[in-house]
Design a protein. Structure first.
Length: 310
């Protein structure tokens, strides 16, 4: 177990290094900068002022020098200072991470609470009308764009019925969390339902299930001890991947519902060419994805001791 964790940490460090380098180089070669974004808003700005801002932000320094400075600061845990707010990026991300993590947890709970039972029910009666309705709903959930579903949810539940607020983080109340979580979780819920159905049907036809039935084992015990445990390995992969990608996949949803998370900060920072803030947001998203995948790998070995990673 310790060797697996150690290898995953080494792979995570390598992945982070590659992502950080690519993001830095990308924003160094694309046209425009933070200063040019300011000029777009204030066209009467003095060119001398622009040059002074670029000098203060070290935007005119050679690329290797800028990258070396950024890598050295990152090794010390310093994500730099935002160009637009002049605040440390790590301070800006602190509250944003909490909001995004809260939204991702609510969305994955919704996906699991609906997707898992829906998949099991569909697999219990394959080919029946229940199976057809469940899979039609799953396909619809995968096909509908998240922002479009969010707009429909805002129209019906907020404008027409007045049950839920349309945007904002609120004062910690759950009412502000419902619509963003449903919108973010509808796609993973549909995918989880399809994956669960496929996994259960595959395990149901396995030899050890037929052997257990031939020995007179009750159906409840077969489902709880054999079928669910073996099918859950594939289901866990889907849950882990979807949960890990939610922090990055919530960019549009957070902007739609004015949710103050990492995704909305990333959108704002990209539009302003605020490179330190963009790099900090992407770093958090990558680390969250790697952490979830490492936890999924460990869970594999706990669920099925036969699984070993080399």
């Amino acid at each position: 177990m310790l060797m697996v964790i150690a290898r995953r940490l080494m792979q995570a460090l390598l992945t982070v290094a590659v992502v950080v380098t690519l993001v830095f180089l990308l924003f160094s070669v694309i046209p425009g900068s933070f200063v040019t974004s300011l000029v777009g808003e204030k066209r009467d700005i003095d060119p001398k002022v622009m040059a002074r801002i670029e000098e203060q932000l070290h935007l005119n320094d050679p690329l290797p020098e800028r990258f070396g400075r950024y890598a050295a600061d990152l090794a010390r845990g310093d994500l730099g200072t935002s160009f637009s707010t002049r605040r440390p990026v790590i301070d800006m991300l602190e509250s944003r991470i909490v909001a995004s993590f809260r939204l991702a947890c609510a969305a994955i709970l919704f996906a699991v609470a609906i997707g898992l039972p829906l998949g099991f029910i569909a697999a219990a009666r394959p080919g029946s009308w229940i199976d057809m309705l469940a899979m039609m709903g799953a396909v619809s959930g995968l096909s509908v764009p998240g922002f479009w579903f969010g707009l429909l949810a805002m129209y019906f539940f907020s404008l027409q019925l007045g049950w839920l607020p349309t945007f904002g983080y609120g004062q910690g109340g759950l009412r502000h969390l419902v619509l963003p979580a449903l919108t973010l979780g509808i796609g993973p819920m549909a995918l989880l339902a399809r994956t669960t159905r496929a996994a259960v049907l595959e395990v149901r036809g396995a030899d050890f299930i037929r052997t257990a039935r031939s020995k007179g084992m009750s159906e409840t015990r077969i489902v709880t001890r054999h079928l669910a445990r073996n099918a859950f390995v594939l289901v866990l992969t889907t849950i882990g991947l979807q949960f890990g990608s939610m922090l990055g996949g919530s960019v549009v949803i957070e902007s739609l519902f004015a949710w103050p998370g990492v995704g909305s900060l990333l959108i704002q920072s990209v539009s302003l060419r605020d490179i330190p803030a963009v790099q900090g947001c992407i770093l958090v998203i990558v680390l969250f994805f790697l952490l979830i995948n490492t936890l999924v790998d460990i869970a594999y070995m706990l669920i099925d001791p036969r699984i070993r990673y080399r």
